[in-house]
Each structure stands twice: as C-alpha cells, then as structure tokens.
Design a protein around this ligand. Structure first.
Ligand code: UDP
Ligand code: MG
Length: 139
C-alpha cells in the first residue's frame, strides 16, 4: 500500500531565486499538507550523508558542494500516494526532460541545480525526514 508521506527540500538554487513561496504554493495547491518544515543549511558532511546512496557517482562531489552552498527548506509532506504524486509534480531530474508546468520545469536551472528534492520511496521518505525532524517537530 502506498504511504502518505514524502520528503522534499527546496534546494539552494531555488532559495537563491526567491522561489520558496511560489514552490510551497504549488505544493499546497496540489493537495499536500505540511507536516514539518525547517529553513536551514547543510554542512558538506551532512549533504554527503543525505546523498550517501549516490557516493561514487560522477556527480556526487559537485552535488554535495552545491547542496551545502546555501540554505535549503526541508519539508515533510502528507497526501494520499505522496511519493508518486510528488514525483509527478516535480518532473524529471533533468529539467530539459521535465513536463511543462512541473516544479523543475518552472524553477530548475540544470540537472544539478534542479530546484527541489523528492523522495523515491516510502522507506526513503521516512529515512530522509528523520534526518531533519524529531517527533516533536512534526504536526
Ligand atoms: N544530479 C546531478 N547530475 C546527474 C544526476 C543527478 O547533479 O546527472 C543531482 C541532482 O541534483 C539530483 C540529485 O543529484 O536531484 C539526486 O539524483 P537522483 O538521480 O536521485 O535524482 P532525483 O531523485 O533528485 O530526481
Ligand atoms: Mg533521488
């Protein structure tokens, strides 16, 4: 059964573009409820741990540097079928392939600076959200 939680980050490129508000509006209008939210900045070590699964890939080091280059907004989102529906809302990893109207189509700069993160499974949504949020920060 599909879970009802997914985790997202508004990445440093989108924060820099002053797009926190517009992106959260799209997410809310798509029917997602905010369960937890934090405006913070990752150290290189923290970004490296968050993206540990990609360690060894050619883009890993640059990704870690980018993700620790400025503040991000971490958000735990709630909706039926959350993981799949959110991946549809954000579009493909490379904005050149992202459908019109998706968040990455609207706000991404390139395949690395692609505006938002989205969990790829229910299991990872829980792992990723517990990286940022304690029980008492969730509502
Ligand atoms: N990424 C990159 N180059 C690539 C593929 C990915 O810089 O060729 C970055 C990009 O920021 C992406 C993140 O690494 O969002 C994680 O990659 P993944 O394949 O998990 O894409 P996502 O799940 O974010 O769509
Ligand atoms: Mg991924």
């Amino acid at each position: 059964m599909a879970g009802n939680l997914t985790f997202t980050m508004i990445k440093p490129d989108a924060v820099e573009k002053n797009a926190i508000g517009p992106i959260l509006k799209i997410i809310n209008e798509a029917g997602f409820r905010i369960n937890a939210m934090k405006y913070t900045r990752l150290s290189a070590g923290q970004a490296g741990r968050f993206y540990e699964i990609h360690k060894g890939r050619p883009f890993y080091e640059a990704l870690v540097e980018f993700m620790s280059s400025g503040p991000i907004v971490a958000v735990l989102l709630e909706k039926d079928n959350a993981v799949e529906d959110f991946r549809k809302l954000i579009g493909a990893t490379n904005p050149e392939n992202a459908d019109t109207g998706t968040i990455r189509n609207l706000f991404a700069t390139n395949v690395q600076m692609n505006a938002v993160h989205g969990s790829d499974s229910d299991e990872n949504a829980l792992i990723e959200s517990s990286f940022f949020f304690s029980e008492m920060e969730r509502f």
